[in-house]
Structure formats: C-alpha cells, structure tokens
Design a protein around this ligand. Structure first.
Ligand code: HEC
Ligand code: HEC
Length: 338
C-alpha cells in the first residue's frame, strides 16, 4: 500500500516543474498561453498561500473574491465496477474513437480564465466545470465539444438549444419570430433533455449518474461557456473536492471507457494476444509514476511486439500528474469490483 503522502511525493517527482495550480495545458495558441500566464499571475499567486498554507476551505473562499468556491456536501464516492464501456458496446478498441480524442484539438480560445485542479494540503482539489469536462467528457467529445460524427455527436447544438438568447438569434436569422411562451417551452425541453442525457447516457454514450448536483451545475455552466452562450463566463462555478473524488471522475469518465474494472482484461482486437489490463491490476502492478508517464506521455510495454514506443493507448497530455495520481489513490482506496 502506498500512503497518500507518499503518492503526492511520487507524483511530484515525475511532474514537470511549475506550481501545481499553474500547471495546466500546453501546446495551445499564443493567445491561450497568454491567458494562462495572466490566470496564473492573477489566480494562482494570491490563492496559493491560502490554498497551501492555512489550508481551510474557508480560506479558499476568502482569497477568491472573483469566483465562488463551493464545497460539495454529502459526496458519495463508490468503487468503479463492471465491464468497460467498449466491452458493453461490443466495439473493439482498434475500431473506435471513443476515449481517444482528448488530444485531437486544443480548446477554443477565449474561455474563462480558470485554475486547473491542483492538490491542496488536505488532499482537496480546486475544480472548475472546465476540469469536470476534461476529466469526464473530453476523451470522446474533444476539447471543443465537436465530437467525432457520425458516431460521437457534437454537443454544441444541443447545449446552445438550452439558451433562450441563442435560440431567438438563430430563429431570427431564419426569419422566425418566436413568442415568449414557445421560446420558454423549447428552452426548458432542451434543458431537460440535456440533464436526462447526462443522467441516463445515450445509445452509445455512458451515463454520468455519479455527478452530484453541484458538479452537474458546474459542468452545465462550463458547457454554456464552451458553446458561446452570452454571459456564461460570469456564471462559472468552482468546487472544492477530495482527491479520491477527482480520481473517481477521471477513472469513470475516461479510463473505464477502455479498461475493465477487474478480470483478465480486454483484448485490443478480436483474437489479439495483447490485452488492455484491468483497473484492479493497474493499481496493483504499476507505480503512480509509471501510470502518470503512461497516461501523459505514453510508454511501450516491454513485452509488446508490434506497438510504437508510446504503446497503443492514446496519450492524455491535458491531464495533470496530480489528477492521474488522484486516479491511482482512488483505485487503491476504493478497489474496483467485478
Ligand atoms: C465514451 C464516450 C463518451 C463520453 C465520455 C461522453 N459522451 Fe456524450 N456522446 C457520446 C456519443 C457516442 C454520443 C452520440 C449519441 C449516442 O450514441 O448516445 C454523444 C452525444 C452527446 C450529446 C448530444 C446529444 C444529442 O442530442 O445529439 C451531448 C449533449 C453529450 N454527448 C454530452 C456529453 C457530456 C457533457 C459528457 C461528459 C459529462 C459526455 N457527453 C461524455 C459519447 C460520449
Ligand atoms: C481509448 C482507450 C483507453 C483509455 C481511455 C485508457 N486506456 Fe490505458 N490502455 C489502453 C490500451 C489499449 C492499453 C494496452 C496497450 C498499451 O500499453 O498501450 C492500455 C494500457 C495502460 C497502461 C499500461 C498497463 C501495463 O501494465 O502495461 C496503463 C498504466 C494505463 N493504460 C492506464 C490508463 C489510465 C490511468 C487511464 C485513464 C486516465 C487509461 N489508461 C485510459 C487503452 C486505454
């Protein structure tokens, strides 16, 4: 067993420098990098003292006058269980884009300046709706939400439809003037169907029942910003959450798409020797730093014959070492069930 402290230290070892709160994305446009620099100066520096020094959630709240940080009450963290999403769908890994597209495109510039998640002293992360999106949605829908049609639909249209302002503007363009009642009806229908989709999933989309009410609100606020709903930037919500919960988001939202909870693992292709190891075996056989390296940079297995030096698994360079360390901590503390 590895203690959380130990984990933190090991995660730190393999991370690439820079302060935890400030380390977010790379390889983005100059504008975005500028945004990040500004965000690091404006957001990370003043809050870093309180977030890592005094350490009380109340401290977090005080130092962040610009945004409200909510503490999610009554969180229920549960172990991941059952088959992977690919097994559930009966689609072989090599024949699917699911879980692969997190790195295919940078997120559009101009989104709200945001702190990336980073571990605090009591294992608390500061998490934005954008972070929830990155952990739960990005590996299928890409950073910008466009997905990979025809299988993975874009979420942009369905989210825009939840905004009265955007519907009215679109209808105007087509020469239709909607009355207030019809408009309200359309909007509440779209909002209800978005929530139902997240609750129940779709034909090929997994359900996200584990999201708590506050998490759902933070995610929906970010989706609005992502698709350009006017004023959405001001409505962003930040949450303070325990490490294991952050790990749960990442494992359920991303890793469990391909990796089974337990058992011998899923074959990469029909009849292939090589298997995608189970989540239970990952936390048993691999150290946090190996897992972090595998996920962020790729790593070939010594036994693999025909893979590239990165292996077959896609890389997820938008995930931080702390977040992957959190996934490890979650798997150790809440062992996966068959
Ligand atoms: C494992 C891949 C996967 C993940 C992860 C995923 N989705 Fe999807 N999503 C899909 C697929 C596939 C569709 C197309 C419809 C279907 O087959 O269910 C879809 C469709 C959608 C749609 C469009 C529905 C419509 O009416 O056309 C929305 C909105 C959506 N997803 C939101 C999300 C959000 C928000 C998240 C993160 C909480 C998420 N999805 C995570 C695979 C995924
Ligand atoms: C799109 C499918 C997919 C997703 C999503 C995915 N993996 Fe993998 N993973 C694979 C495949 C395929 C392999 C085996 C081939 C290889 O090593 O590249 C693998 C192998 C690994 C290995 C190496 C195991 C070993 O013993 O050699 C680790 C560690 C790992 N995954 C961790 C993760 C974590 C953590 C996540 C979630 C952040 C994740 N994976 C998400 C497909 C995926």
């Amino acid at each position: 067993m590895v203690s959380e402290k130990d984990l933190g230290a090991r995660a730190e070892e393999s991370s690439s420098g820079a302060g935890a709160l400030c380390r977010h994305s790379r390889r983005h446009s100059g504008y975005r990098i500028l945004l990040q620099v500004i965000s690091c100066v404006a957001v990370c520096l003043p809050s870093a003292g309180a977030a890592f020094g005094e350490a009380s959630p109340a401290g977090l709240r005080q130092t962040r006058k610009d945004v409200s940080v909510r503490i999610v009450k009554g969180l229920r963290i549960t172990p991941v269980e059952g088959e992977s999403w690919l097994r559930h769908l009966g689609i072989p890994f090599i024949a699917s884009n699911m879980g692969r597209v997190a790195n295919w495109a940078p997120s559009p510039p101009g989104l709200s300046v945001r702190p990336s998640s980073g571990e605090g002293p009591d294992g608390e992360f500061l998490l934005s709706g954008a972070d929830l999106y990155r952990l739960n949605c990005q590996s299928c829908h890409k950073a910008g939400g466009s997905g990979v049609p025809p299988t993975i639909n874009s979420l942009i249209g369905p989210v825009q439809a939840t905004s009265a302002v955007m519907i009215r503007a679109q209808m105007k363009k087509r020469g239709i003037d909607l009355d207030a009642k019809t408009l309200n009806q359309l909007v509440s229908q779209a909002q209800a169907s978005l929530r139902t989709r997240l609750q129940n999933g779709g034909e090929k989309m997994p359900p996200f029942r584990h999201l708590a009410r506050e998490e759902m609100e933070a995610l929906l606020a970010y989706l609005e910003e992502l698709v350009g709903v006017p004023g959405a930037k001001r409505k962003q919500i930040w949450l303070s959450e325990p490490t294991a919960r952050v790990g749960e988001h990442l494992v359920r939202g991303t890793c469990h798409i391909c990796h089974e909870s337990s058992g011998p693992g899923l074959a990469v292709a029909v009849g292939a020797q090589e298997a995608i190891p189970s989540l239970a075996s990952l936390s048993r056989d691999r150290s946090p730093s190996e897992i972090i390296r595998k996920v962020r940079e790729g790593l070939a297995r010594p036994t693999a014959m025909m893979t590239s030096s990165r292996g077959e698994m896609p890389i997820f360079s938008d995930l931080t070492s702390e977040e992957i360390g959190a996934a490890y901590a979650y798997l150790v503390r809440y062992p996966p069930r068959p």
